[in-house]
Design a protein around this ligand. Structure first.
Ligand code: PGA
Length: 258
């Protein structure tokens, strides 16, 4: 997918049943007209729903992803799901290092192994972000997360990574980061990628923002912070709100580039 803007809906552990997941997916699909041609939309449901939902979008207008992956390849790892399995049911993007997984004990080293597994064939959405602002060294936190996660990756595989800047204090709190915060972090991430690899690679890696994204803050974030899209949690569970985010992203992108 080489879309200009990527909008990802991370459904987390929702909705409770396959029927409800299908209904939400269909509502989003029906609202996602071809006119939103610059926006790549990725729905990231819980694993048991992926293959059924994949069938509901045969044209691939909505892409699918997964929220996590095993750090192991196939084998004797009870309860784990390998990247090849996710890929074979239609998950083209895999979120790695979401703060809700890091809160369950996932370290930067585990994140690094997972990213390495995913980008051998597919695309990883690598989440980074600080817990607090104020006097905290938030650039230092993001720097370490990036350096560790991308360590040792061949340049061709780095191009399969999408970075999602998700300040933890903004997730699910209604407290969105300001456009200035997002813009300076995007610049910092691009600089770090340039130092680790080179400018060409840094240019090829999209940087998304996530943390209380809603239809009413999409325009400012896209217009002024220059992000390449959004990772949306809560608002992706309401079809109308999510479609409004996509529509606003298309409109703003069109205006910026006309
Ligand atoms: P939120 O979640 O949009 O509900 O803040 C974002 C995320 O966790 O990816």
């Amino acid at each position: 997918m080489q879309k200009k803007i990527i909008v990802v809906g991370n459904w987390k552990q929702n909705p409770p049943t396959l029927d409800k997941a299908k209904q939400l997916f269909i509502d989003i699909r029906n609202g996602c007209k071809a006119k939103y041609s610059d926006i790549g939309v990725v729905i990231v449901p819980p694993v048991p729903f992926i293959s059924e939902l994949r069938r509901l979008s045969p044209s691939g207008r909505l892409l699918l992803g997964a929220q996590d992956v095993s750090l192991y390849d196939v084998g004797a790892h009870t309860g784990e799901v390998a990247p090849t399995m996710l890929e074979s049911v239609g998950a083209e993007f895999i979120i790695v290092g979401h703060s809700e997984r890091r809160a369950n004990g996932e370290t930067d080293e585990v994140v690094q192994k997972k990213v390495a597994q995913v980008v051998r064939r597919g695309r990883a959405i690598l989440c980074v972000g600080e817990h607090e602002r104020g006097k905290a060294d938030y650039f230092g936190v993001v720097d370490t997360q990036l350096r560790t996660a991308l360590q040792g990756l061949p340049p061709a595989q780095v191009k399969r990574v999408v970075i999602a800047y998700e300040p933890v204090w903004a997730i699910g709190t209604g407290q969105t980061a300001t456009v200035e915060m997002v813009e300076e972090m995007k610049i910092f991430i691009k600089k770090t990628l340039t130092n680790l690899f080179d400018r060409k690679i840094a240019d090829a890696v999209p940087v998304l923002y996530g943390g209380s994204v809603k239809a009413n803050n999409t325009e400012d974030l896209l217009r002024f912070s220059n992000v390449d899209g959004f990772l949306v949690g809560g608002a992706s569970l309401k079809a109308t709100e999510f479609i409004n985010i996509i529509a606003t992203a298309q409109k703003t992108y069109g205006e910026k580039n006309s």
